[in-house]
Ligand binder design. Structure first.
Ligand SMILES: Cc1ncc(COP(=O)(O)O)c(C=O)c1O
Length: 384
C-alpha cells in the first residue's frame, strides 16, 4: 500500500500517516497502549523510548494531520487549549500578540487571565478589518492569532491579508481552523505559519474524544513544537489518537453533509418569522459572504447562529428542542444547540460580549449529519 504523491484530499485523509502494521499486517494502526519500549542494547532502540516523547499511534495521527493541513509536521495535544498553549509557549516575556476579539471563550481566558501574568501583552482586535490589524501591530508583536470563522458569531478574517500584514511586521500568523476544518479552509496555503484545531470537534467528529493539534509550516516552529510537546507533556493519549485517526478518514463525507445541513438550516431560519437574525457565512446577508465564497469555496460548514426577540424567548426555545441536544461543544455527527452567553462564552465579560455582537438572545447550532427534514421539524416546533 503506497499513497501516491499526487493523491487527492479524500484519499490523503484515509491513508496519510498510516502503513499496515509491520508485525501483523493489521490495516488499522493499533492502539499502542504502552508507557515505555524495551531497548536492544544501550543506545540502540527502534526510535521509541518513552510514551510522552513518542508513541506510534500518535505519530500516525500526526502524520495524517500534517498531510491534510498541508504542513511540515503536526503535534497532537491533550486538548485544543493545550495546543493553543503550545503555540503561545513560542513567546517570551515582553512580546505582544494581536488576537481576534471574538475567539472561543477559553482562548480569551488563557490569554487574558493566564499568559498576561507572564508579561505577554495581548490586543484583542476585530481581525475582520485588515486596517484594525495593521493599526494594532507594534515592534513587539511576535504573533497574530486568528480564529475564523469565529465562535459563535461567525465573523471571518481574510487569512491571506492578515498573513501579509503579520509577515511585513516580522510576526507569525497562527489560525484556529476548528470551525472550518481543513476540508473547507486551508490556512497554510493562504500564508499562515501555524494552524491549530480542537480535534474534539470536526476532526474526531463523533463527540467521544478531547484533543488538539498544531500543524506547522516551518522547520524552526516544528523543532520548537516538538520540544514543547515533550517538555510540557500535554500529549494526546494513544486511544484518543486512534479515535481521531478514525475520524479523519470520513472527514470529507461528514463535512459535505454538515455543510449541506448548515446552509439549509440557515436559509430556513432566515425565513422564519420568529427569528430576528440568522448568522451564517453562506447566506448572502452575511457581511462577509464574498470573502466566504473566496476563502471557503466548498461551503461554510455546520456552524450557524440565530437570534430571537429576547433572552426569555431564547430560553424557551432552548428548552423545547427534542432531537437537537442542549450541550456545549460542536462538530459531532449529532446536532447540538447551545446558549453561548451562559455556556461556552460565560468566561467572557458581559461588556466584551456586547462589543463582539454576542447577545443574550443568541442561540448557536452545530448542525449534525441527520436528515435535514428532521432537523427543520425540530427547529420549527421549538420556535412555534
Ligand atoms: C474554536 C475553538 N478553539 C479551541 C477550543 C478549545 O478546544 P478544547 O475544548 O478541545 O480544549 C474550542 C472549544 O470549544 C473551540 O470551539
Amino acid at each position: 500500500m503506497k499513497l501516491p504523491d499526487n493523491a487527492r484530499f479524500t484519499t490523503v485523509c484515509i491513508h496519510a500517516g498510516q502503513e499496515p502494521d509491520p508485525s501483523t499486517g493489521a490495516i488499522i494502526t493499533p492502539i499502542f497502549q504502552t508507557s515505555t519500549y524495551v531497548q536492544e542494547a544501550l543506545g540502540h532502540h527502534k526510535g521509541f523510548e518513552y510514551a510522552r516523547t513518542q508513541n506510534p499511534t500518535r505519530s500516525a495521527l500526526e502524520g495524517n494531520l500534517a498531510a491534510i493541513e498541508g504542513g511540515k509536521a503536526a503535534f497532537a495535544f491533550a486538548s485544543g487549549m493545550s495546543a493553543t498553549g503550545a503555540i503561545a509557549a513560542r513567546l517570551s516575556q515582553g512580546d505582544h500578540v494581536v488576537v481576534t476579539d471574538n475567539t472561543y471563550g477559553g482562548t480569551f481566558r488563557l490569554f487574558d487571565k493566564v499568559l498576561t501574568r507572564y508579561g505577554i501583552q495581548f490586543s484583542f482586535v476585530d481581525t475582520s478589518s485588515l486596517e484594525l490589524v495593521e493599526q494594532a501591530m507594534t515592534p513587539k508583536t511576535k504573533l497574530v492569532f486568528v480564529e475564523t470563522p469565529t465562535n459563535p458569531v461567525l465573523r471571518l478574517t481574510d487569512i491571506a491579508g492578515v498573513a501579509d500584514i503579520a509577515h511585513r511586521h516580522g510576526a507569525r500568523l497562527a489560525v484556529d481552523n476548528t470551525f472550518a476544518s481543513p476540508c473547507l479552509q486551508r490556512p497554510l496555503a493562504l500564508g499562515a505559519d501555524m494552524v491549530m484545531h480542537s480535534t474534539t470537534k470536526y476532526l474526531n467528529g463523533h463527540s467521544d474524544s478531547l484533543g488538539g493539534c498544531v500543524v506547522a509550516a516551518h522547520d524552526e516552529d516544528v523543532e520548537w513544537l516538538k520540544f514543547i510537546q515533550n517538555s510540557a507533556g500535554a500529549v494526546l493519549s494513544p486511544f484518543d489518537s486512534w479515535l481521531v485517526l478514525r475520524g479523519t478518514k470520513t472527514l470529507p463525507l461528514r463535512m459535505a453533509q454538515h455543510t449541506a445541513n448548515g446552509q439549509a438550516l440557515a436559509e430556513f431560519l432566515e425565513r422564519h418569522p420568529k427569528v430576528t437574525r440568522a448568522i451564517y457565512p453562506g447566506l448572502p446577508s452575511h457581511p462577509q459572504h464574498a470573502l466566504a465564497k473566496k476563502q471557503m469555496p466548498q461551503g461554510c460548514g455546520g456552524m450557524l447562529a440565530f437570534e430571537v426577540e429576547n433572552f426569555e424567548k431564547a430560553r424557551a426555545v432552548l428548552n423545547r428542542f427534542r432531537l437537537m441536544a442542549l450541550a456545549e461543544s460542536l462538530g459531532g455527527v449529532e446536532t447540538l444547540v447551545c446558549h453561548p452567553a451562559t455556556m461556552t462564552h460565560a468566561s467572557v465579560p458581559a461588556e466584551r460580549r456586547a462589543k463582539i455582537g454576542l447577545s443574550d438572545s443568541l442561540i448557536r447550532i452545530s448542525a449534525g449529519i441527520e436528515d435535514i427534514e428532521d432537523l427543520k421539524a425540530d427547529l420549527d416546533q421549538a420556535l412555534a
